[in-house]
Design a protein around this ligand. Structure first.
Ligand SMILES: [Zn+2]
Length: 107
């Protein structure tokens, strides 16, 4: 079972019901307590649903952004590489010679 805070609605309702009961009348307090409890549970579970959806959407967006960034990094890496004509190993475009065999590249 997932964690929920909707029972706090009942706690708030009972507390406010007691306050109303002390201030006005017990009957009014009981009615207020039940009404606030019901409203509280409803509102809190509604908020939780929204938050849950928000988190799911956020995770989706974050996952997409991360994979996009990784794709871009891969593309950048391959764009920065060329291959040595002599030995065929990958050489960074910033280098003017092959690290493996020392042949000149990118000339
Ligand atoms: Zn080479």
């Amino acid at each position: 079972m997932r964690r929920t805070y909707s029972h706090y609605g009942v706690v708030i309702g009972v507390l406010l019901g007691i306050v109303v009961g002390l201030q006005y009348s017990v009957v009014l307090g009981v009615i207020a307590g039940i009404a606030i409890s019901a409203a509280g549970v409803f509102i809190i579970s509604a908020i939780e649903k929204v938050i849950e959806k928000g988190i799911d959407a956020g995770v989706d967006v974050a996952g997409r952004k991360i994979s996009e960034a990784m794709d871009r990094r891969k593309q950048n890496k391959s764009a920065q590489q060329s291959f040595c004509a002599k030995c065929g190993s990958a050489v960074e475009k910033t280098l003017s010679f092959c690290e493996k065999c020392g042949a000149k590249v990118n000339e």
